[in-house]
Ligand binder design. Structure first.
Ligand code: HEC
Ligand code: HEC
Length: 292
């Protein structure tokens, strides 16, 4: 190859890589909404910059503060490799080898495909770095001891990507993937045991102990206590703008999940979620506060 042809080939490869990278960033912009990362990693109440962390997350074990996930080299994740990022989202493992607390919903994100996780990383790394120091969690021992998470994981954590089911169509599988892996509906809509792990036998059946003490609705297709009488269009509507079939609006953490994420999803993806939800096991559970 002469020098000119070599130069052209180099430029073509560089241009192709540039397009591929831009493509990953725009896919990441969509996926980061689907996965609800922005709301949790932004201290909106305190007027903090997007993705720079510091949002307080109240749990029965104490208050956790989300970290800065902008690409700041010291205060954010700017020095992270792809492998660091995949270990965090897929396995709950920190760059130093210790464990993340499952308040970071990696028990759901583990079901994410690596290419989706890396598109989210590409998006994050295309944002401006923000110099904002992480705030230490306000969690008393023994729940503050990271080594205890090893035992927790051994008991409750099932790592690995979501696998499509061959006997279901592409739309159902897309819906299942969104519900389990990205949109992590179960993290709020599933009751937890005394160690804070989701009870898989109660998947999406609602709870009175949701985030911030919210009552979280039963969204299984149970006729009397779930959303069995909602049409697919009703389910799509609530994710789009929070309006329920009775014209009431959802509140609390569901409102946040919609504003920072679900509202941005395509009709195809919202329809896929609705189709999948109508096929999960119907579980009887009336979510209401016990009279005092
Ligand atoms: C429910 C709130 C919540 C959601 C949703 C959430 N995170 Fe987090 N994330 C946290 C918390 C809390 C931690 C810190 C956990 C710890 O200290 O063990 C964390 C930790 C992290 C870390 C490690 C940062 C570091 O400095 O070690 C990364 C990276 C991260 N999250 C990325 C994401 C991405 C990407 C998404 C969306 C796919 C996401 N998070 C969604 C709450 C959340
Ligand atoms: C951050 C927590 C959180 C996440 C994540 C979440 N939800 Fe919700 N959701 C709630 C809460 C809380 C309510 C109850 C709101 C209310 O009563 O005003 C709710 C209500 C709903 C309702 C209304 C049900 C009814 O009977 O009123 C539907 C439908 C719903 N969610 C579907 C979903 C789906 C589907 C996903 C995943 C794509 C999801 N939610 C993810 C917290 C969450």
């Amino acid at each position: 190859m002469n020098r000119f042809a070599g130069g052209m080939a180099f430029l073509l490869v560089a241009a192709w890589c540039g397009t591929a990278a831009a493509d990953a960033v725009s896919r990441g912009a969509y996926l980061i909404r689907a996965a609800g990362c922005i709301g949790c990693h932004t201290d909106a109440k305190g007027g903090g910059p997007a993705l720079a962390g510091g949002r307080a997350l109240k749990t029965p074990f104490g208050i956790f503060y989300s970290p800065n996930i902008t690409p700041h080299p010291k205060m954010g994740i700017g020095a992270w490799s792809d492998a660091n990022f995949l270990a965090a989202l897929g396995h709950g493992i920190r760059p130093d080898g210790s464990n993340y607390f499952p308040v970071f919903p990696y028990p759901s994100y583990t079901a994410m495909q690596s290419e989706d996780a890396l598109a989210i990383k590409a998006y994050l790394f295309a944002q401006a770095p923000v110099a904002r120091r992480n705030k230490a969690h306000d969690v008393p021992p023994p729940f503050s001891w990271r080594w205890t998470i090893r035992v927790w994981k051994w008991l409750f954590f099932k790592p690995g990507p979501w696998r499509d089911q061959a006997d279901q169509d592409a739309r159902w599988n897309r819906g299942a993937y969104l519900v389990h892996a990205l949109a992590h509906c179960g993290e709020c809509h599933t009751a937890r045991n005394f160690l804070g792990a989701m009870k898989s036998s109660r998947f999406l059946a609602g709870t009175v102990d949701g985030p911030e003490g919210d009552l979280v609705a039963n969204i299984t297709p149970h006729q009397q206590t779930g959303i069995g009488d909602w049409s697919a269009a009703d389910i799509v509507q609530v994710m789009r703008d929070g309006t329920k079939p009775d014209y009431d609006n959802v509140q609390g953490s569901m409102e946040d999940a919609i504003r920072d994420g679900l509202a941005y999803l395509t009709d195809d993806d919202l329809n896929a979620i609705a189709q999948y939800l109508r096929t999960v096991p119907a579980i009887e559970n009336r979510v209401q506060r016990q009279p005092e």
